[in-house]
Design a protein around this ligand. Structure first.
Ligand code: KG4
Ligand code: ZN
Length: 331
């Protein structure tokens, strides 16, 4: 069978990325231009600045991706891009660029849901992983427990009712003075602390999540008594949110009789969360998957991989494709 090469573009938040992926799972290049340094001083992503920066770098990021993969535009079979969810101005840069490429090259255009992209990152890291499985998508903007029925059908089993988990990590880190982005900083400091602070958890009958109460409890503790050990706060915060993630994921696994669980999204790079999920292999007979760290946070290889599966399943877009900031998975 002829190889299928997809060029992917990701620009939904503060990373401008372009990747070339062969047959959905082999990454030929994955260039990521992160704006973290630019937004750091504001303590979070400033949408207008993000859009302007995407415009400035996108052409050179695409050029570099082609060069590193040692391919030309003529070798590309399809162009995929994230069209939502995300920041509208940021998304529009990638969508417009992908549309122009698709039109100029006369190659199919494939709009990808960013969450579907995060899920596909697992197909790259685990070449033998096939749906059906469960995927826990935990990132700065999303917390979704998803039933992956096949390559194009997804059902959301549970989602956050308030903050996304990464947002809670980032806010806690900011308030206790660790800086932005908070996730990796909490990850590191928690290793020096112990989980000795009791934090109340919010439970739901269904598989939804809530993190804002936990975040507020930690922030209040810090404000009331700034001497509370920060490492212990981090370790206790991580332990509490992980218990909730595991509780809901196991409930879903039991309900659907599935033992394959994939993690995805920026927060799945967290070493404590990974460790606790891996324990489920021994204690509960689960099979746990997660992407390599660079494929956990935003990147275009995952968008090209998802693009490949849409392409071979005949799910292509037309030039009417537009950015949809609040796009839901499965639409
Ligand atoms: O997937 P991503 O790049 O962007 C979204 O789609 O939202 O995720 C970014 C989020 C940020 O909240 C960041 O703090 C978090 O992922 N993150 C982590 C770690 N690395 C990144 N959170 C916890 N532990 C980490 N090691
Ligand atoms: Zn993301």
């Amino acid at each position: 069978m002829k190889d299928i090469i997809v060029l992917g573009i990701e620009s939904s938040c503060d990373e401008t990325s372009c990747a070339i992926v062969k047959n959905g799972r082999e990454v030929l290049s994955n260039v990521i231009n992160s704006q973290i340094k630019i937004h750091e001083k504001f303590g979070g992503v400033v949408p207008e600045i993000a859009s302007r920066n995407h415009v400035e770098v996108i052409s050179s990021v695409v050029k570099q991706a082609l060069e590193e993969a040692n391919v030309t535009f003529n070798d590309i079979d399809a162009v995929s891009c994230t069209y939502g969810p995300g920041l509208v101005g940021a998304l529009l840069v990638g969508v417009s660029y992908a549309k122009a490429l698709s039109y100029a090259l006369n190659k199919p255009l494939i709009g990808i849901n960013h969450i579907e992209g995060h899920i596909a990152a697992n197909y790259i890291t685990h070449p033998k992983l096939e749906p059906p499985c469960l995927c826990l998508v935990i990132s700065g903007g999303h917390t979704h427990l998803v039933h992956i029925k096949n390559y194009k059908e997804f059902e959301i089993l549970g989602r956050t009712k308030d903050d996304a988990i990464g947002e809670a990590f980032d806010k806690v880190a900011r308030v206790i003075g660790l800086g932005y982005p908070g996730g990796p900083k909490i990850d590191k400091l928690a290793k020096e602390g112990s989980n000795n602070i009791k934090i109340p958890k919010t439970h739901f009958e269904n598989l939804d999540f809530s993190f804002s109460g936990i975040k507020t409890a930690i922030i209040n503790m810090h404000h009331k008594n700034p001497d509370v050990n920060k490492a212990d706060l981090c370790a206790s915060f991580e332990a509490t949110v992980t218990e909730i993630l595991i509780e809901n994921t196991l409930k879903a696994a039991k309900k659907l009789n599935i033992n394959k669980i994939a993690l995805a999204g920026g927060v799945s790079a967290n070493s404590y969360i990974r460790e606790q999920f891996i324990n489920l292999e021994k204690t509960k007979g689960m099979k746990i998957y997660y992407p390599t760290p660079i494929l956990c946070t935003d990147n275009a290889a995952m968008i090209a991989s998802a693009g490949y599966y849409n392409y071979i399943n005949g799910k292509v877009s037309d030039l009417e494709l537009n950015a949809i900031p609040n796009l839901k998975i499965g639409e």
